[in-house]
Design a protein around this ligand. Structure first.
Ligand code: DAH
Length: 340
């Protein structure tokens, strides 16, 4: 009996150390240990030679051995199937997964948020108005009556044949809506998209974004306007950038001006963004015309206002050194991925 028990121990060691590399090895193992003429069966057959008083112990030992040999077989089999799976699908399951790509905010959005937060810091709140506007809010109330030549400045998209409905050509329309609401004083900005029937080029597009500003109170002055915009430029572009105001004309402001910043895409040396002038126009502004205040039911003898409308695309291009406005609306991933 001891002889057989020693043999079982040796066989266990053999099983523990068995190197099962492929299907053939596995089958050999099965036949050698578990087959109908295998070792488990053969050793079980020894039972008849064991004396009666030892039969119980022998039976237990043999059973343990059988369970051990079978469980090892299952273990080898399943690890072998895993490897086999890899080979047949050609997939290496141990490879790390591809990192999932994160999205990003569009540069227009990021710039707009920055611009908005600069004005919020000095007490401006945000309001919005509709992109489809009526003639009154987009033109007439802004001192641009029908047949006014300045209407030509804005290449308007009309909605169907009804000339009363347009895609707003500027965010100045929101000024009128807010003034009409009757609450004074007003210190607000109006960000949004605007539309113009313009030829698309590196510098201009048929839709773009503006941030309109409006401050109406008693004794608002042109000095307030300049100071507000100087503050904005320094916060937005840093202390190095130069600013210049040029007298201009807008029907809804008097006096009117345009503001340029020194072009830091080319360091004022001249490029296509600044039209080789070294300066980039970023906004129109002025003191709200008395007619506009009157049209909205505000007494121009008591109140005065300052207003501006600034281009978000230009500002974004300056911020990131983007030389073609079309990149901002083409959704080319090669471009957009640079802003992650
Ligand atoms: N609405 C003008 C434009 O789109 C920009 C503008 C100029 C807005 C002067 C203003 C302003 O509020 O006072 O060209």
């Amino acid at each position: 009996m001891q002889e057989i028990l020693d043999r079982i121990e040796k066989l266990k060691t053999e099983i523990r150390e068995a190197a099962i590399k492929n299907q053939d090895d596995l089958e050999k193992y099965r036949i050698r240990f578990l087959g109908t003429k295998g070792l488990v069966k053969e050793l079980m057959g020894e039972m008849k030679n064991v004396s009666n008083d030892l039969k119980k112990e022998f039976g237990q030992r043999m059973n343990e051995f059988k369970v051990f040999a079978e469980s090892k077989y299952q273990e080898f089999k399943s690890s072998h199937e895993e490897q086999d799976g890899n080979a047949s699908t050609g997939i290496d399951f141990s490879l790390p997964a591809y990192p999932s790509e994160s999205g990003a905010l569009h540069p227009i959005h990021t710039t707009m948020q920055k611009m908005i937060s600069i004005f919020e810091k000095i007490g401006f709140t945000v309001a919005e108005g509709p992109e489809i506007e009526d003639d009154w809010h987009n033109f007439s109330a802004l001192n641009l009556p029908e047949n006014h030549p300045a209407r030509d400045m804005q290449d308007t998209f009309y909605i169907s044949k009804d000339p009363d409905w347009v895609l707003r050509t500027h965010t100045s329309s929101v000024q009128v809506r807010v003034m009409e609401s009757g609450k004074l004083p007003i210190r607000q900005i109006f960000p949004g998209r605007v539309y113009r029937n313009e030829t698309i080029s590196a510098r201009s597009h048929c839709f773009f974004h503006q941030i309109e500003g409006l401050y109406i109170d008693e004794q608002v002055s042109f000095a307030d306007l300049k100071q507000t915009l100087y503050y904005f430029v320094k916060e937005m572009f840093g202390p190095e950038v130069k600013v210049r105001f040029r007298p201009s004309y807008f029907p809804f402001t008097e006096p009117s001006a345009e503001m340029d910043v020194s072009c830091f895409i080319c360091d004022s040396k001249g490029c296509n963004v600044c039209k080789h002038s070294g300066w980039v126009e970023i906004l129109g502004c002025g003191m709200v015309h008395p007619n506009v205040l009157r049209n909205a039911g505000i007494d121009p003898d008591k109140y005065s206002g300052l207003a501006w409308g600034m281009g978000v695309e230009r500002t974004t291009m300056m911020q990131y050194g983007i030389k073609d406005i079309r990149l901002l609306s083409e959704n080319d991933l090669r471009f957009l991925k640079q802003f992650r």
